[in-house]
Ligand binder design. Structure first.
Ligand SMILES: Cc1cc2nc3c(=O)[nH]c(=O)nc-3n(C[C@H](O)[C@H](O)[C@H](O)COP(=O)(O)O)c2cc1C
Length: 397
């Protein structure tokens, strides 16, 4: 079997030396490695080290007169099955998300059509600077995978977020990129995410604390795996990658309509939104005035979107979500059966590291026959695992 080609782009940051360990580890796996460096990176680590570790020449200069190939950046971009910037400096991140190509590394990156992974590492203030955060948000929108730095004691003596993750974790991310690339190519994935808002009058609504992070994370994972992704999204501040279709909705009724329009053509349906079960029966035309009396609001039931898709399911694999505060396993299993789901992701709001807003989740994967308790993990990681579980179910059908 031919080896997969991994192109490592090393930028001029203090953790450039860790890229040596990465190249060494990857070379021992089933990969062929080539390294490109910025001019500044060569001040931190000499190219010779990477040449020795990768058994390939290292490219630095776009206009190297000794290079036999006059268009190295295009040749390298064609060669790569995956390009990884490690460490990615604030400078190179800013350049690549704006299409700047003023050296070999950035020109090659721009020409690459393969999977792109960015591993930022820098001083915590550089990392937290709004400009860098905006650039990373843009990187995600462009479909690049950003492997976030970790919190730690940095070389500059500051403590905070900005440290390059463990090299072994970067190896895992690269393995993952190859383990499930395009597993969903040609498939349509429909996801609901975020809260719904049920208006009470022109200025007020009833809602919940859902951030939409889990639904969007599943959408990103599905997109990375090659699916055509649609997110029916309640109001959130999140932005999806450019290639993902987002249908913004406000109320449960609107979400229901959007799902009805899209579920038939979907292959995988993931209902991660926190949908209001009830809505005020009457939406006041004008702002409800304060009076001396208590206010009673009469609520009516909203449509049950998950039950609807479960009932009308033909070929689709359906994943529901259940957030409980007690008897999680029993309630989740009962819901999975009642709603005709293939899997149901249950979480307990009171478990540390689970639930709304945060970047991690602790869940149980429930099928009609079994329950698996999964350890705490990031919502991004969980997004991939949920899709993998759904793919396995599809294979068995
Ligand atoms: C000792 C030293 C360490 C540095 N470490 C980092 C770093 O970890 N991350 C970063 O983004 N910039 C770092 N910089 C700043 C970059 O080297 C600088 O922005 C440079 O222009 C980056 O060049 P490049 O992006 O073309 O590789 C460091 C600079 C010095 C002098």
């Amino acid at each position: 079997m031919t080896k997969k080609h991994v192109l490592i782009g090393v930028c001029g940051g203090v953790s450039a030396y860790k890229a040596c360990d990465l190249v060494s580890k990857l070379s021992k796996l089933d990969y062929e490695i080539k390294v490109m460096m910025t001019e500044n990176a060569t001040k931190f680590v000499p190219p010779l080290i990477f040449e020795s570790l990768s058994h390939n020449s290292v490219e630095v200069d776009l206009f190297d007169p000794n290079n036999q190939d006059p268009i190295t950046h295009i040749t390298l971009a064609h060669w790569a099955d995956c390009v990884v910037l490690v460490p990615a400096t604030a400078n190179v991140i800013a350049k690549v998300v704006h299409g700047l190509a003023d050296d070999l590394l950035t020109s090659t990156f721009l020409a690459c059509t393969c999977k792109k992974i960015i591993c930022p590492a820098m001083n915590t203030h550089m990392y937290e600077n709004q400009v860098t955060q905006d650039n990373l948000a843009r990187a995600r929108q462009l479909g690049y995978q950003v492997f976030e730095p970790v919190v730690g004691h940095l070389a500059c003596d500051d403590t905070g977020k900005g440290k390059l993750p463990d090299v072994q974790d970067i190896v895992e991310v690269i393995n993952q990129a190859f383990a499930m690339p395009l597993m969903l190519k040609g498939k349509k994935v429909l996801i609901t995410a975020g809260p719904t808002q049920e208006p009470l009058d022109p200025v007020r609504f009833l809602s919940n604390h859902s951030s939409g992070k889990q639904g969007y994370a599943i959408g990103e994972a599905a997109y990375q795996m090659g699916a055509q992704v649609t997110i029916v999204s309640g109001p959130t501040s999140l932005k999806a990658s450019q290639g993902i279709q987002v249908i913004p909705v406000q109320t449960a009724q609107e979400m229901f309509e959007a799902v009805k329009e899209n579920y038939q053509s979907a292959d995988f349906i993931i209902m991660a939104a926190a949908v209001a079960d009830y809505r005020p029966e009457v939406v006041a035309e004008n702002k409800i005035k304060k009076s001396d009396e208590n206010l009673t609001i009469h609520m009516v039931k909203n449509p049950d979107i998950l039950a609807y898709v479960g009932e009308h399911k033909t070929h689709q694999i359906i994943c529901g979500f259940a957030m409980e505060t007690q008897d999680l396993d029993e309630n989740a299993k009962a819901k999975c059966i009642k709603k005709n789901c293939d899997i149901l992701i249950g979480n307990n709001l009171f478990t540390k590291g689970a639930g709304f807003q945060g970047d991690t989740n602790v869940v149980s994967l429930v099928t009609q026959e079994s329950i698996q308790h999964w350890p705490k993990q990031t919502k991004a990681e969980l997004g991939k695992k949920i899709l993998q579980a759904m793919i396995e179910i599809e294979k068995r059908q």
